[in-house]
Design a protein around this ligand. Structure first.
Ligand code: MLT
Length: 210
């Protein structure tokens, strides 16, 4: 078992060590292996790092606590985002990343990824947020100038309604992030449209020199 700073991890070095790595953040009930195949499809040569959220909801792994569906424990989210930020920094040194990883997060994993952007803006080189929702308000003076963020949404996603998605976009855009939004599915589940949209968006962005 590979551990990175207290997180169970799966690392796939990839064929192109000079590529930015993908940081793969699973949804509720997933683990460090969940998005590896997805990561390979969207970035065929990049190093991949899958991590496992440290919170348990029954048997399900999560990234932070919630009181109910869509009712988040924001203090826990702040703490967990800080822990994850440390782990991602440590992984970069330990695994010799060519640059800051680009997060690819689904649902609960997209929500912790956006918390990294909003609270620890130096940690990620960009993010693909799939079925993300609004959680934390942006930090005062937050600067995400030019940072690329792709939001892949479900048209009628019951867990990530339009008002919540729009609030998240306002927070990220207000801090200067370069946002692209796409509707890739009818609901919360991922589809091949997500693979295709993420691959097209990532392709020009994974060169560490860029
Ligand atoms: C969350 O708890 O982050 C969202 O409700 C999505 C999910 O259930 O994974």
């Amino acid at each position: 078992m590979t551990m990175i700073h207290g997180f169970q991890a799966r690392h796939e070095p990839g064929l192109e060590p000079t590529s930015l790595p993908l940081l793969l953040l699973h949804g509720t009930g997933g683990d460090e292996n969940d998005l590896i195949e997805f990561g390979r499809m969207v970035a065929p040569r990049a190093p991949l790092l899958g991590l496992r959220g440290q919170v348990k909801e029954g048997f399900a792994n999560r990234w932070f606590r919630r009181m109910g569906e869509g009712v988040f424990d924001l203090d826990d989210l702040e703490r967990r985002a800080a822990d994850l930020a440390e782990a991602v920094r440590a992984a970069g040194v330990e695994l010799g990343f060519a640059g800051k990883p680009v997060a690819v997060g689904f649902s609960n994993g997209a929500n912790i990824a956006s918390a990294l952007l909003l609270r620890h803006p130096g940690v990620l080189g960009g993010a693909v947020l799939m079925r993300a929702m609004d959680t934390l308000p942006p930090a005062e003076g937050l600067d995400l100038a030019g940072l690329g963020v792709l939001l892949l949404n479900g048209a009628q996603d019951p867990m990530a309604p339009a008002a919540s998605r729009e609030a998240l976009v306002r927070s990220l855009r207000g801090a200067g992030a370069d946002i692209v939004e796409q509707v890739t599915a009818p609901g919360h589940g991922l589809t091949m449209n997500d693979v295709n949209a993420a691959r097209a968006w990532l392709a020009p962005r994974l060169s560490a020199a860029a």
